[in-house]
Design a protein around this ligand. Structure first.
Ligand SMILES: NC(=O)C1=CN([C@@H]2O[C@H](COP(=O)(O)OP(=O)(O)OC[C@H]3O[C@@H](n4cnc5c(N)ncnc54)[C@H](OP(=O)(O)O)[C@@H]3O)[C@@H](O)[C@H]2O)C=CC1
Ligand SMILES: O=C1O[C@H](COP(=O)(O)O)[C@@H](O)[C@H](O)[C@H]1O
Length: 584
């Protein structure tokens, strides 16, 4: 269903939720014909457009109810959010500059993900007219050197667009660099001067992206907040994971960050929440009658969240060894998806309503115990004349490391909807394939007239809904179907929605969506502190026990399907991993 909006509906009309505003149903359009197009409900209007170009920005509210131009930065050492301090008369958005500072600009994530995502937003006209991007890191670089560095990773979203080179040039000219220490207020004060100079006296909204190792998060936030906050607009900080190593350290990190920022200013990123299929999870469930009524223990036998990478920790062993796969993937990415999958219907699509439901479901879960989990670690392997290194062959990893690079876990939600349903997770590096999917295995049809077709194991012929997050995004449903012909033979077929066949649009990278949301003040896809707390509460006791007892991981060869322990864990709960059925 497409929203039919007139250009004049650009302030706050609350019409249809699909193709107007992507979350709340409000429609804000800068260029109606460009943005609210298409009969397909997947096209959305970025809130940032509305916020930046609306004629009457005071009509618009952010998801926390604050006016969009509300100032919420810390002024010097003050730690009070300044949401109330909205300027009485707000100048037009055209006089506002958006300044984005990528802290840790010389690093891997900045180069590979953040700058390309910013360029993609610029390329697709999602950034406001007045914006600047600053790279900040210790490495000495000129503006020109930063531009050269990032230009190698920029790509045009849709190939063969004519103006790509021009757009790149325009984008790069908006990128600047400032070298400084992460703990130096002087260096951030100098950054502030440069920002002010480029902002040219206009109002400014400032976004800091902390793309640095976690041990320097707080220093950088302190300096940025005290010396480089915006004095006329908002200041927000995107924080990358890891958010601590356990409940205690995570709470401590939050406590420290909140000395300088309010919760509203902190955008804890989990990039899996920005993935297209994760976005679609709620749409699929809540807008399709064929799914919503089935979403419970009455019809669902088990749910599986499977993350598999076909490469090891190459180059990131130093970081990884301190965290392991449970913290790297399960406690955040997979658990976030699980929470979205299993939550009750939120009151609305508003950020707080959704996050409230996620917290509830996380708090209804039983903390993991040792017997709910198996862990593995990849070892070196030779195949086809090529040899692949084991985890401990990485020079930055101790030879006696027992850090898991693979884990499988069975989780349970103790509420009336999900009582007794195993939610299985499996995550591993250096496996045979790169794939992330959600698999929902349904119960068998009671008294099935065709059961003689399935042999004795009825569970083999149950429906299975698969959401393949990557690669080749797809949603497919395994059904039993009559093989055409005069006989009565059934087979398992797929109702298949392969995105590349259905939609011509290229799927945006998760970081694009999340950056756009942070700019627009939309918090729905960011992790609130109580959510984080609830997530750690599930994993912390287990992690402590694994580490204290130095539980040895089961070794598996690089490029294999992982340790056999994962099969036994699933079997213990009467589950077969869907990705091992040999049909995919
Ligand atoms: N890379 C990835 O794929 C992902 C990364 N993340 C998270 O994003 C953040 C950034 O990741 P990534 O870019 O890989 O990190 P890097 O290790 O590349 O670090 C980023 C920058 O921080 C500075 N830095 C590195 N180590 C130190 C140190 N010990 N002390 C002070 N400064 C240091 C360096 O810049 P300089 O020396 O110039 O100051 C470096 O270029 C991390 O928190 C990471 O956990 C999250 C998901 C995926
Ligand atoms: O957060 C992380 O994610 C990546 C996988 O992200 P993807 O979007 O490429 O699937 C993972 O490789 C990394 O270890 C982890 O820190």
């Amino acid at each position: 269903m497409a929203a039919h909006l007139s250009p004049s509906s650009s302030s706050s009309s609350s019409t249809l939720s699909f193709s107007s505003d992507r979350y709340t149903g409000k429609c804000y359009c800068k260029q109606f014909s460009r943005v609210c197009y298409g009969a397909h409900s997947s096209i959305w209007v970025p809130k940032i457009f509305s916020r930046i170009h609306s004629r009457n920005p005071s009509d618009l509210n952010s998801s926390n109810g604050y006016p969009l131009n509300a100032v919420s930065l810390q002024d010097g050492s003050m730690s009070k959010p300044l949401a109330e301090e909205v300027p009485a008369s707000r100048p037009g958005e055209a006089e506002t500059t958006l300044s984005i500072t990528v802290v840790g600009a010389s690093g891997d994530l900045a180069r590979k993900k953040i700058f390309p995502a910013l360029f993609a937003l610029f390329y697709e006209d999602f950034l406001p007219e007045n914006f600047i991007v600053f790279g900040y890191a210790r490495t000495k670089m000129t503006d020109e050197e930063l531009r050269n560095m990032i230009s190698t990773t920029l790509t045009c979203r849709v190939d063969k667009r004519e103006n790509c080179a021009d757009k790149m040039e325009q984008f790069l000219m908006k990128c600047y660099y400032h070298s400084g220490q992460y703990s130096s207020e002087d260096d951030f004060a100098k950054l502030d001067c440069k920002l002010k100079e480029k902002e040219g006296g206009s109002l400014s909204n400032r976004l800091f992206y902390l793309s640095i190792p976690p041990n320097i998060f707080v220093d950088a936030v302190k300096c940025a907040s005290n010396k480089a906050s915006s004095v006329s607009g908002w200041t927000r900080v995107i924080v990358e994971k890891p958010f601590g190593r356990d409940s205690e350290s995570s709470r401590e990190l939050t406590r420290c960050l909140m000395q300088y920022l309010s919760e509203d200013q902190i955008f804890r990123i989990d990039h899996y929440l920005g993935k297209e299929l994760v976005e679609n999870l709620s749409v699929l469930r809540f807008s399709n009658l064929v799914f919503e009524p089935l979403w419970s223990r009455n019809y669902i036998r088990n749910v599986q969240f499977i993350f598999s990478e076909d490469f090891g920790t190459e180059g990131r062993g130093g970081y990884f060894d301190n965290y392991g796969i449970i913290r790297d993937i399960m406690q955040n990415h997979l658990l976030q998806i699980l929470a979205l999958f299993a939550m009750e219907t939120p009151v609305s699509l508003d950020a707080e309503d959704i996050r409230n439901e996620k917290v509830k479901v996380l708090r209804s879960m039983r903390p993991l115990q040792l017997e709910d989990v198996i862990v593995g670690q990849y070892k070196g392997h030779s195949k086809g004349g090529k040899s692949y290194p084991g985890y401990i062959d990485d020079p930055t990893v101790p030879k006696d490391s027992v850090t898991p690079t693979f884990a499988a876990a069975a989780l349970f939600i103790n509420n009336s909807r999900w009582d007794g349903v195993p939610f299985l997770m499996k995550a591993g590096k250096a496996l045979h394939i790169r794939k992330t999917e959600i698999r929902v295995q349904f119960r068998h049809v009671p008294g099935n007239l065709y059961k003689w077709n399935f042999g004795t194991d009825l569970d083999k012929a149950t429906n299975e809904l698969v959401l393949r997050l990557q690669p080749d995004e797809a949603i497919y449903l395994k059904i039993n179907n009559k093989v055409p012909g005069l006989g009565m033979r059934l087979d398992r077929s797929d109702l298949n929605l392969l995105y590349s066949a259905r939609y011509r649009r290229e799927i945006p990278d998760a970081y694009e969506r999340l950056l756009l949301d942070a700019i627009g003040g939309e918090r729905r896809l960011f992790i609130r502190s109580d959510e984080l707390d609830a997530a750690w509460a599930l994993f912390s006791p287990l992690l402590k026990e694994l580490e204290e007892k130095k539980i040895a991981p089961e070794l598996y060869p690089y490029g294999s399907r992982g340790p056999v322990g994962a099969y036994y864990l699933a079997a213990k709960h009467d589950v077969r991993w869907g990705d091992l059925a040999g049909e995919d």
